[in-house]
Design a protein around this ligand. Sequence first.
Ligand SMILES: [Zn+2]
Length: 390
Amino acid sequence: MFNFSQLPVWSLAIIPVAIGFLWLLFRSSQEHKHQQSTLSSEYFKGLNYLLNDEQGKALDIFVKLVESNWDTVDTHFALGKIYRKNGEMDKAIKIHQGLIARPSLPERYRSKILLELGYDYLGAGWFDRAEGLFKEVLIQDEKSKEARHNLILIYQQEKDWFKAIDIAVDLFAENPLLIGPMIARYYCELAEICKAKGDVSQLINNANKALRYDAGCVRASILLGDQERDSGNDKQAIKFYESIEKQDPVSLMLVIDSMLQCHRNLSTQDKSYEYLQALQQRHENLFLQNVIACELEKLQGKKVAISYLSEKIRHQPSLAGLQKLLTYKEKEIDADKTFADLLTAIAIIQKDSTEYRCNKCGFSTNTHYWLCPSCNHWDSVKPCVIELEH
Ligand SMILES: [Zn+2]
């Protein structure tokens, strides 16, 4: 009697393939009544080998089957995918290389097999080989979006931004909303390289190209704003920083300090205070209370800052706000040791709380990233905001 509990865990992954086999078997029995009996007995033999973990023997049978009937090639693809999912790239590669080497391979399957082999190489970390294959697919099938997308992923991994842009530009017209932001990111990467080299004109050139492909590209606005600030053009810098509100209000938190510095350089702190107030009204979820309190303190003194913060804390309690308020109070009153201890405790907790969070995978960090190191999504790591109850 066959006992499923004795099967290795690996075999369980084979069950979907087994179902696939049976379905293919049914289909082929509809189409080729005559071949049915030989095909089915061979299939069951192969299936049996698979379930007994004798993959080599199973593969020999399936290769023979595909020789006599290429309609069975889907089983190879399914098997290859399972190997790949299990991290057994060598086996997946063997399957797909075996198919490519068949003299009877019909032309219509070539691109698909090359793509699958490309995925195997990607999984194995052999980017050069994968790149070669995806390029070959493009020679066979000029329109293959899959090959182009994979090439872009490879170039992104290799930080070859020029090549990534070249390929992405070909896809832009078909899907500007998806591809535009991609191209913009690559131009921003180029702009960062120019910034590090001190090549200001190319920095500006690349950041502007990024904005042309994606008007919502926050990173390009920050690059341009910082550049103006560093060149002493504070007014221009403020314009770029303020433009971020339209792109993504939450990302304004990334430039608040720089923006305030520009206002200080221009001695326009009154304007910056008004701007912050209005901004907080437009976007309640931005954590601006501490910034506003600081500005208030400079403009109207500590007492006003304290009463503003006390009021704010009541409506939007936050550790950072509380810490700021207690720091004011500590200097004002003759604080005893308990008060000092409390403040230290809050400072420690506050230090551990995170400033940025990825809205795709939840990764928390105190460093801002444009590409999430955890889930590899672009622009998903954002400054933390106040969660409003409505
Ligand atoms: Zn993430």
